[in-house]
Design a protein around this ligand. Sequence first.
Ligand SMILES: *Cc1c(COP(=O)(O)O)cnc(C)c1O
Ligand code: SF4
Length: 321
Amino acid sequence: MILWRQLQRESFTALDKVALFLELDPENKAKLLSHKKFPLLLPKRLAAKIKKNDLKGPIAKQFLPVLEETFLQEGFVSDPVEDGSFRKTGKLLQKYQGRALILSTSVCAMHCRFCFRQNFAYEKEKLGFEEELAYLKEDTSIHEVILSGGDPLSLSDEALKALFVSLNELEHIRLVRFHSRFPIGIPERITEEFLEALTSCKKQIFFMLHVNHSEELDDDHFRTFKKIQRLGIPILTQTVLLKDVNDDKESLKTLFLLLVSHGLIPYYINHLDQVQGAGHFMVSKEKGLALLEELRSELPGYALPTFVEEAPHQPSKLVIR
Ligand SMILES: *Cc1c(COP(=O)(O)O)cnc(C)c1O
Ligand code: SF4
C-alpha cells in the first residue's frame, strides 16, 4: 500500500553515503547526527542540488540531521500543536469546524528536520480508513477532508482511489484537500495513474504543496504541477519561515514570484511550530512581519501568503498578518 521501494531507490538514508556524495570533509561530517527516531531521508534529486562540502545552503539545512537537534531549548516540546488531543479516531484529527484531517500514512518522501510531527505516535496497525470513514459519515457538519500525514502521496494510487470511492458517497463532503511535500522530492510520483485517481474524485480537490525555497524547484516540477492544474485543481502552497533557509527578503521574493509565475498560489507562511530539536530554525514573528511588510510593496497581493501560527485550542490558525 505504501511506496517503500520507490522511496528507497530514490533517496539517501545512510549518513555515510550522503557524506560521500556531498564530499563532506571530516569537520563537516562530524557535524552530522545519527538520529534513530527521525533518521536521514533525502531524495537524490534534492541531494544533487546541495553544493559539495557545504552544510549551509537552504536544502542542506532543511534535510541533513545535525548535532544542533540534540540541544534542548525552553518552550520546544514533543507535540507543540497538541495534535494528540484532537484525535477522533486512530487516523483522524479534527481541530477546526467543518474540516477533518486524516493522517493518511506516517511516511514521507523526505524528513524535514523542523517537522512538527516528527514525534507523532501514528496509528500504524490498521491499513484502511474504515473508522475514519464511519466518523465522517456520522458528522454531517464536516464539509472538507484534508489528506495529510506523513504524506498522502505515499499511499498507492489504488488506496487513494478506494478512499475517493467512499468519499464520493458522502454528500456533505464538498472538498478534498491534499497536504503534500512529496513531489518536491519525487515529482515522478505524479504518474498518469495518480492523475486518473484524482479524476475519479467527484469532490473539488485543492492541492496544498509544502515548499520553502526556490532551489527546491526546477522545470520538472512545474511540468508536473501543470498536469494537476489542468484537471481544474488549484495548487496552493505553504511555506515555513526558517532561519538561514528563507528568512531574508530575496529568498521569499524569489520563491513567491516563481510560484505565481507558474500559477501556484502562496496560501500560508507558517511561523515555526516549536518542536523539540528545531530551535535552530526559529525566526521571530517580528522579523517575519518586517519581511512581509517589505514584500508587500514589491509583489502582487496574490503572491503574498497569510502569515499564521498554529495555536492549540483556537478556532482557527492565528493570523499574524
Ligand atoms: C491547518 C489545519 C487545517 C486547515 O486550516 P485552514 O485554515 O482551513 O487551511 C485543518 N485542520 C488542522 C488540524 C490543521 O492543522
Ligand atoms: S514532508 Fe511534511 S510531514 Fe513529512 S517530514 Fe516534511 S514537514 Fe514533516
